[in-house]
Design a protein around this ligand. Structure first.
Ligand SMILES: [Ca+2]
Ligand SMILES: [Ca+2]
Length: 248
């Protein structure tokens, strides 16, 4: 029984857990970034925000699953506008032109007005975005035009060109970063302990695979460490067989 319990504990530790990173909660505010309400009345208008890699080191190699922004206490006055959201990574560290290379579309968000209180606008990605450690570009593009309204967003003033938005059809530089919460987690797909060949089943095939790999010295994934002692060896074969035979 003890062995089974150890295995279960190991599985629970491997399961993905979401963490959050909140940045730029400095009490400044701006109406144009990240969503430029006064230019929400025309499809194609967009805003980009540039996050420097130094601020994002906690997320390197992790999967970003959502981004949240915050209005000022006056609330959200944008009405009915839908934005398509894109993410990119770049070496550029100051925005003078819109980034157009390598944009990954991650989802959409539709604004629902709610005046008189701080509103959190969360974009949940259709698929998690794996962050590789570059400067991160957030982009929103109007896909369904809506009512013009100068919603103010809380954040921080900067000393570099950290955002760009359309104003009269030309990009205008802004030195502002919105208060942002990134939701991230899930280092790698968590395969079950013992699933050495990653076919999402633990069975006799994994025993064979594990023995073969040990004999010919080929690489064995972490799931081969069945007893969780940080070594992969013949003991793990024994424990895996025990596990398949019903524990004990
Ligand atoms: Ca397997
Ligand atoms: Ca082991």
């Amino acid at each position: 029984m003890k062995k089974v319990f150890t295995l279960l504990a190991g599985l629970m530790m491997l399961s993905a857990s979401a963490e959050t990173l909140t940045l730029y909660d400095e009490g400044a505010y701006l109406s144009a970034v990240p969503f430029n309400g006064l230019y929400a009345d025309e499809v194609g208008n967009k805003t980009q925000v540039l996050y420097l890699a130094d601020d994002l080191t906690a997320m390197v190699g992790k999967q970003i699953s959502a981004i949240t922004f915050y209005t000022e206490p006056e609330g959200l006055t944008l009405d009915g506008v839908t934005y398509e959201i894109g993410i990119a990574e770049t070496d550029v560290n100051s925005l003078t032109d819109f980034i157009t290379d390598g944009i990954t579309k991650v989802g959409t968000v539709t604004m629902t007005p709610n005046e008189g209180q701080v509103v959190e606008v969360t974009i949940t990605f259709n698929e998690p975005y794996t962050y590789n450690g570059g400067n991160l570009v957030f982009e929103d593009v109007v896909t369904v035009a809506g009512g013009m309204a100068s919603t103010y967003w809380t954040g921080m003033n900067t000393n570099y060109n950290s955002a760009l938005c359309y104003t009269f059809n030309s990009p205008t530089v802004r030195q502002f970063l919105p208060k942002t919460t990134f939701t991230y987690g899930g280092d790698t797909p968590a395969y079950e302990i013992g699933d050495v060949n990653h076919d999402e089943k633990v069975n006799i095939v994994d025993v064979t695979e594990l023995i073969d790999s040990l004999l010919n010295g080929s690489e064995i994934p972490a799931e081969g460490d069945v007893d969780g002692d940080q070594n992969i060896n013949i003991v793990d074969v024994t424990v895996l067989i025990d596990m398949l035979l019903g524990g004990n």
